[in-house]
Design a protein around this ligand. Structure first.
Ligand SMILES: C[S@@+](CC[C@H](N)C(=O)[O-])C[C@H]1O[C@@H](n2cnc3c(N)ncnc32)[C@H](O)[C@@H]1O
Length: 224
């Protein structure tokens, strides 16, 4: 779908990143900053989709949501839930979903680093984690949302045969993803995925990479 930016103008002062503390698990902070995403223990997932169904697809760090909105259109039988740590963009995307009555998509303002206890285990077919913030500097590494602990959570949420899809344009991050997946085991990992094997909508970041001729790597990890 083409987003009508007159009807849904981008939030003013949309920043690439939010307060660094928002990327840290709540239980590791002495005090939560004012703009820390809400902590969610339980939620009636059926209430957040217009069609009243639960999600079977997750888009972690959905950002400006081109992927999520087009995925919802391309796969009308799936329910895709976007999880985004930046409040303004999460609310902007959810506003489009409500305004355009997209029944099989929803976005919540939340940091995945605080766990996903509100989603039942063995309920998800696909988890997308596309072009995460690279966080390659030593002092930034603790802001990464893909760590062994979240991989374990993803594995639990996925149905058997469910798939985790990863993409990044940063070689160091790609190597890191492969290392974490290898150490974890319990996934059948396919690397160097090409367009024919992917067949999903393009994300905002992927569009940028293609335009600037920046190479990116994709992985598909299937829950064994
Ligand atoms: C580089 S952007 C990519 C966005 C989108 N997936 C794409 O490919 O265009 C990374 C996104 O992940 C979000 N993000 C980073 N850490 C997160 C976390 N802990 N929980 C949820 N979203 C997070 C960022 O706010 C940002 O929108």
């Amino acid at each position: 779908m083409i987003i009508d930016n007159q009807k849904y103008p981008y939030p003013a002062r949309l920043r690439h990143h939010t307060n660094p503390a928002c990327y840290i698990p709540a239980n590791e902070l002495k005090e939560l900053p004012e703009n820390y995403p809400p902590l969610i223990d339980s939620i009636n997932l059926k209430n957040i989709f217009i069609n009243g169904k639960e999600p079977n697809v997750l888009d972690v760090g959905c950002g400006k949501a081109d992927f999520l909105l087009n995925y919802a259109e391309q796969f009308p039988n799936d329910n895709i839930l976007g999880i985004e740590v930046r409040e303004s963009i999460a609310k902007w995307a959810q506003n489009i979903i409500s305004g355009e009555a997209i029944s099989n998509a929803a976005v919540i303002w939340y940091s995945v680093i605080n766990g996903l206890n509100f989603i039942p285990n063995n309920s998800i077919d696909k988890i997308f984690y596309l072009f995460p913030d690279p966080w390659t500097k030593r002092k930034q590494i603790k802001r990464r949302a893909f760590i062994p602990e979240t991989l374990e959570i993803y594995w639990n949420l996925l149905k058997q045969g469910g798939k985790l899809y990863l993409a990044t344009d940063v070689d160091e991050v790609d190597e890191y993803h492969k290392k974490v997946l290898k150490k974890f085991g319990k996934f059948n990992v396919q690397e160097d995925i090409n367009d024919d094997q992917w067949n999903f909508p393009i994300t905002n970041k992927e569009k940028f990479c293609r335009r600037e001729m920046i190479l990116f790597n994709r992985i598909i990890a299937e829950k064994l």
